[in-house]
Design a protein around this ligand. Structure first.
Ligand SMILES: O=P(O)(O)OC[C@H]1O[C@](O)(CO)[C@@H](O)[C@@H]1O
Length: 216
């Protein structure tokens, strides 16, 4: 399973990259706004900086919602760097645009996936990734991991090449359950990645080894 970090914060991206386990980065308009990135040039520059920091797939989201504008915007984003994956919303014009990008050699991440039907449509259009939002599904009282499992089964049965990018991860347990459910990628906040490190018995065990080492 690949690990992406889900942030536009450069310090956090560097920290995850330094761990040596990072395969890519996802951002969205909310995460960009949180870092105070405003205006078209600043947004494009920020993506460029991220591409220079991390050697992996970098999702850059279009803000347009009609076919022609999605294509124009996506082409500009894709031109930033070969590692850019154009993130397109799961809407009718988005599906049409994903097909156009696929036919024109531009990789895509179909975002805002909340059902298996949406994932099938995106995969049929040739999306490189589909992003089911499991945390938001859990927040509404449904089971996000169940959706990942369902999509993984469908993609395996149908032989779809589209990868499942589990998004809206809230904690380390989500990552473990997504790995079990067949997600190809998890995009996670830094805290959730670091949460995988933690076990009290590891801390107790290490303290004991270090204590005993003094007697050696
Ligand atoms: O529910 P949240 O935590 O806002 O997450 C939304 C998700 O949407 C995405 O835009 C999908 O790639 C990610 O950046 C993020 O994981």
């Amino acid at each position: 399973m690949k690990f992406f970090i889900d942030t536009a914060n450069l310090a956090q991206i560097k920290e995850a990259n330094d761990l040596g386990i990072l395969d890519g980065v996802t951002t969205n308009p909310s995460l960009m706004a949180k870092e105070g990135i405003k205006g078209n040039d600043a947004i494009l520059n920020h993506y460029k900086t991220i591409c220079e920091l991390v050697d992996g797939d970098i999702s850059a989201e279009v803000l347009s919602t009609d076919f022609e504008s999605i294509i124009e915007e996506g082409k500009k984003l894709a031109a930033i760097h070969p590692n850019i994956v154009v993130k397109v919303p799961m809407i009718k014009d988005g599906v049409k645009a994903i097909k156009w990008f696929t036919d024109n050699g531009i990789r895509t991440n179909c975002t805002l996936i909340f059902s298996a039907g949406q994932a099938i449509l995106a995969a049929k259009a040739g999306a490189t990734y589909v992003s089911p939002f499991l945390g938001r599904i859990d927040d509404s009282g449904w089971d996000g991991v169940q959706l990942i499992e369902q999509i993984a089964n469908i993609f395996a049965i149908q032989g779809f090449k589209t990868e499942i990018l589990a998004a809206s991860i809230r904690n380390a347990n989500h990552i473990i359950r997504c790995a079990e459910a067949g997600a190809h990628v998890c995009t996670c906040p830094l805290d959730s990645i670091l949460g995988l490190l933690k076990h009290p018995l590891t801390d107790i065990g290490l303290a004991k080894f270090l204590e005993d080492a003094k007697k050696m």
